[in-house]
Write a protein that binds this ligand. Structure first.
Ligand code: NDP
Ligand code: OXD
Length: 312
């Protein structure tokens, strides 16, 4: 019988037990703090932001499954054993959700929707005339599981697409690839709407700052759905205020939740969402975890194990 040690400190978490029971008949699904004893036998943790020190207290855990694609909420705990596999979420539901959100927000920026909504509030019949999609250059920072799903969703609309990643990608119709620090500035210089989909690592922290964002074309906009550490928010606000950038959609923040008194909430060129660009969906996630546990138990390498040296 498989034992899942579940940790999620959020309302609505009751949906997870039935999803696991459907995917893994006979599963022992233990919701924290009822994790039993570390002597109870092998188990797998499935967690979002587990309490510091908790995982290390259970040496019977064979692998930690992250409830999200990012694992920074797990690796922030220095007591987690260095050889314990940490597995990133990469189920179809997460990819679909991100593709939907990015498609929606790219269209919003392209079609001046934030300005239209302001105009409506001011009873202002303001007609704005967007470019054709084929003349709008969208750039995706991070071409992993989610970046690829977003590119697939954007392609049929005809946007001029590019992506930037750490390692070089094979040539692909309809998308220009950039890789590594040496091609970062060229990527920025050709990007009208930037979609941030990078994990939080020392290399990605502060990558979008006053110097780099100034390389983007005038009136460019930024959508950040990866991690908040990517963007220096003071620099972003300065570039929005001086008119170099036209708008930003921010779904992720270095400190979450964003404090109620943070002035970003009221900035007229910033749209804020509370880290919901893509939400892990119980059914597809439970199936993904089940499949990966099956691989572990068959002696195979699980999919999407965190590579600790590269940080994602
Ligand atoms: P992947 O690991 O599949 O992809 C990560 C991508 O980032 C890869 O293309 C990788 O390059 C690139 N990358 C990493 N480091 C660098 C670097 N230093 N320079 C250039 N490129 C880099 O991750 P996912 O696509 O599954 O997820 C991406 C992130 O999205 C997650 O880490 C998480 O933080 C965030 N997320 C946010 C959600 C939300 O609701 N807002 C929901 C889910 C995820 P390469 O291809 O060369 O390896
Ligand atoms: C994340 C997620 O990693 O929600 O942000 O999946």
């Amino acid at each position: 019988m498989t034992r899942i040690l579940f940790y999620l400190d959020e309302p609505g978490k009751d949906v997870w037990r039935p999803a696991f029971e459907a995917a893994m008949p006979g599963v022992e699904f233990l919701d924290y703090p009822d994790w039993g004893s570390p002597d109870d036998g092998p188990a797998y943790a499935f967690a979002w932001e587990p309490e510091l020190g908790l995982i290390a207290k259970y040496p019977n855990i064979r692998a930690v499954f992250s409830l999200g694609a990012g694992v920074d909420h797990i690796t922030r705990d220095p007591s987690i054993p260095a050889d314990l596999p940490i597995i990133r979420m990469s189920d179809d539901g997460l990819k679909e959700g991100m593709a939907e959100f990015v498609l929606m927000t790219v269209l919003m920026h392209h079609r001046y929707m934030p300005r239209m909504m302001t105009a409506q509030r001011n009873r202002n019949w303001q007609r704005l005339f967007p470019k054709r999609a084929r003349n709008v250059r969208v750039g995706i920072l991070g071409y992993g599981a989610l970046g690829i799903a977003c590119a697939q969703a954007l392609k049929p609309l005809g946007y001029e697409l590019a992506a930037w990643s750490r390692t070089t990608k094979p040539a692909e119709a309809g998308i220009q690839h950039f890789a590594g620090t040496e091609q970062f500035n060229d990527f920025l210089a050709r990007t009208d709407i930037l979609v941030g989909l990078l994990p939080s690592t020392p290399e990605t922290t502060g990558l979008l700052n006053k110097d780099t964002m100034a390389l983007m074309p005038k009136h460019a906009s930024i959508i950040n759905v990866g991690r908040g550490t990517l963007v220096d928010l003071d620099d972003l606000v300065a570039l929005l205020d001086n008119g170099h950038l036209s708008g930003a959609t921010l779904d992720v923040f270095a400190e979450e939740p964003l404090a109620a008194d943070n002035p970003l909430w009221n900035h007229e060129k910033i749209n804020i969402t509370p880290h919901i660009a893509s939400i892990t969906r119980p059914e597809t996630a439970a199936e993904y975890v089940t499949k990966n546990i099956g691989r572990i138990e068959a002696g195979l390498q699980p999919e999407n194990v965190l590579d600790r040296a590269r940080g994602y």
